[in-house]
Design a protein around this ligand. Sequence first.
Ligand code: NAP
Ligand code: COA
Length: 267
Amino acid sequence: MSVTFSFPGKHVFIFGGTSGINLGIGRCFATAGANVAVASRSQEKVDAAVAELSDLGSESRGYALDVRDVDAVKAALKEYASETGGIDILISGAAGNFPAFAKDLSPNGFKAVVDIDLMGTFHVLHSAFEYLNKPGATVINISAPQAFLAMPMQSHVCAAKAGVDMLTRTLALEWGHLGIRVNSIAPGPIANTEGMRRLAPTEKIMELTKRSVPLQRLGEVGDIGNAAMFLASDAGAYVSGVVLPVDGGWSVAGASAAALAMAQNQR
Ligand code: NAP
Ligand code: COA
C-alpha cells in the first residue's frame, strides 16, 4: 500500500533545513507541491538547498542565520510572511551535537547545544507565532531519543531535547484553541547524516547500532519526511502534543545498549 501526500501551494519553513534529515523533509514537501523555505548559518548551504528544492518545483527562499540570534530569526520570518502571506507548516530542526562526557564538557559546550536546540526552538516558535496561518497551521519540532532516554556522552543533548519536547507539549496546550497543532518527531539512527557520523564514527559502532534496531536497519531521511508529512496532513488532524519516535523500534529496545557500547568503545 502506498500513501501519497499532497500540499499544493502550502508554505513550509524549515529552520536547519539545509542538510541531512531536515533537508530530506524539505524534499518530501517540495515533491508534494509545497513551497519550502530554509534557514541555517552557512550561506553556501542555504544557496545549495534552495537550488535543489527549486529544481523539485518549489518556490523556495533561503535565509542565512543563526537560530541563537532571535533578531535574525524574527527578521527572516517577517520578510518571509510579507512576501508569502504566512506559514502553514513550521519545522524547527536546527541542532548541534558532539559526544562528550559531562565531566569533560565545558559549561560553554553544554550551553552551545542548549542555546541552539532549545533556545533556538523557542526563538523560532515564539517569533513565528504571529505569522502562522490560523486555524490550520502545524508546527513540528525535530527532537531525538535523547529527550527521553539517558545516554552517556549526551548530557547536553538530553537536556536540550527534553526541553524541546516540553515546549511541544506546552505550546500544543496554549495554541490548540487557535487551531494550531504542535508535535515532535524523534528520529532514530538515520543513515548518511551528520548526527550519525558524529555519534557512530566507526564502521563497528555503526554496525552495532544497526543491529540494535528491532527492524535491523538504519532509518532513511525519507522515513522522517513521511512522518512529517503525515503529521502536517489532514490524516494527522487530531494529533497534537505528541512526541513521535520514528526509529524502527530503537527507543523501546536497543538505544541504551548501543549508546553504552559506544561509550565503552571510546572510554
Ligand atoms: P545536520 O545535517 O547537521 O543538520 C543540522 C542543520 O541545522 C543543518 O542545516 C545546519 O546548517 C543547521 N544548524 C546547525 N546549527 C545551527 C544554528 N546555530 N543556527 C541555524 N541553523 C543551524 O544533522 P542531522 O543529523 O541531519 O540532524 C538534523 C536534526 O535531526 C537535528 O535536530 C538532530 O538533533 C535530529 N536528529 C538526528 C538524528 C540522526 O540520526 N542524524 C537522530 C535523532 C535526531 P548550518 O551548518 O548551515 O547551520
Ligand atoms: N567536545 C567537547 N566540547 C566541544 C566539542 C567537542 N567535540 N565541540 C565543541 N565543544 C565546545 C567548545 O570547546 C566550546 O566550549 P569552550 O568555549 O568552553 O571551549 C563550545 O563547545 C562551543 O564551541 P564552538 O565551536 O564555539 O561552537 P559553535 O557555535 O561554533 O558550534 C557546535 C556549535 C559545537 C554544536 C558545532 O558542533 C556545530 O556547529 N554543530 C552543527 C552540526 C551538528 O552538530 N550536526 C549534528 C546534529 S545531530
